[in-house]
Design a protein around this ligand. Structure first.
Ligand code: TRP
Length: 349
């Protein structure tokens, strides 16, 4: 078996899984996650959260890691982490993640998950680690020296996926090298010791990429993101100060008019209409009218999510319970897998 799956091979696997998933969802175990570095925004919502809810409701076994150890791969403080983790749980629930169906847990609460890191690290080479494009990009973005944890985080991500025998991971194209690495680790472990792990498939989401308000990728660090937790006023303010251009006639042209086009896409996703349709309706009423329309659509779309958020925020002990229970469940799953791993390696004493 080849060790490198090409993009086309991965795409083919993804398509096959998608077709089979509709027939037999209960065969699939999804694992995905987020780094708790801030609040979830519209980019997360349209990019992955909606898809998770869809898989959850279709009957797939769904698991979400709040990757708290991954926060310190490229920054040296955990100052807001507790608050960020609780708010992430609130965001998930407000968006329709159901903790009865989806196991939500944090890295740091699951020692046997983290212990998988030791055998897994023995299965990868230094050059494989150094080759990972995301590791390189994140190192450059961080402005830090490459930490050992950043260098090895794709292996840690393999622990996240494999501890619960995850066999599908919804990803964007840029995350495929991680899945490739995870498949390699699973394959090598199974060949060297005993068949314990599935080889997970990256489920390529037709990522609806919602641009940030300036047309770049939506990201909190660019200041162009609309968080789910923002108030209606904050949302209006952010949209109001987004950069457009002096041309009064509104047209959809992402290359030449990134600001105007980003606003049109935001309105399109939150109303279900097309960008062209909205552009025609606004016509020569200008950017001000467009912004008013976007504000109204976004606030209207997010209203029920924000309403649920406000209710959940009032009951933090409930949120803590959800996380506690998710962690308890994940701990059992991880312990069972680690037992199998130690058996396979002849290390059960
Ligand atoms: N790296 C992912 C992110 O930054 C979060 C993550 C952690 C993850 N572990 C994972 C995603 C395992 C998929 C599978 O968003």
């Amino acid at each position: 078996m080849g060790t490198t799956d090409t993009f086309l091979a991965q795409k083919k696997m993804s398509d096959e899984v998608k077709a089979d998933l509709a027939k037999d969802p209960s065969r699939y175990i999804m694992l995905t996650g987020d780094r708790p570095t801030g609040r979830l925004h519209l980019g997360h919502f349209f990019g992955t959260i909606k898809e998770r809810v869809r898989l959850q409701d279709a009957g797939v076994h769904t698991n979400i890691v709040i990757a708290d150890y991954q926060v310190i791969t490229d920054r040296d403080t955990t100052a807001d982490i507790h608050d960020n983790v609780l708010n992430m749980v609130i965001d998930y629930l407000a968006c329709g993640i159901d903790p009865e169906k989806t196991m939500i847990f944090t890295h740091s609460a699951i020692p046997p998950l983290n212990q998988l890191m030791l055998p897994f690290l023995s299965l990868v080479s230094e050059s494989e680690l150094l080759r990972n494009p995301t590791v390189k990009a994140e190192k450059d973005a961080s402005g830090h020296a490459l930490t050992g944890l950043l260098l090895t985080y794709p292996v840690h991500q393999a622990c996240d996926i494999l501890f619960c025998k995850g066999n599908i991971v919804p990803v964007g194209k840029d995350q495929l090298p991680h899945i490739e690495q995870t498949r390699q680790i699973a394959r090598r472990f199974n060949e060297r010791f005993a068949p314990v792990f599935p080889e997970p498939v990256g489920l390529l989401t037709e990522a609806v990429e919602i641009p940030g308000l300036d047309g770049r990728k939506m990201s909190k660090s660019y200041g162009n993101a609309i968080s789910l937790s923002a108030t209606e006023e904050e949302t209006a303010k952010l949209i109001k100060k987004s950069k457009t251009d002096p041309e009064r006639m509104i047209t959809f042209d992402p290359d030449e008019r990134p600001g105007v086009s980003a606003l049109l896409t935001t309105a399109a996703l939150t109303t279900g209409r097309s960008e062209q349709d909205i552009a025609e309706e606004i016509g020569d009423a200008g950017a001000g009218a467009l912004k008013a329309y976007v504000t109204q659509s976004v606030n209207g779309y997010l209203a029920p999510i924000r309403e649920r958020r406000r209710e959940l925020e009032r009951d933090i002990p409930f949120i803590e319970d959800i996380l506690y229970e998710g962690n308890e469940r994940a701990l059992c799953v991880a312990q069972a897998t680690l037992d199998e791993v130690r058996d396979a390696m002849g290390m059960s004493y």
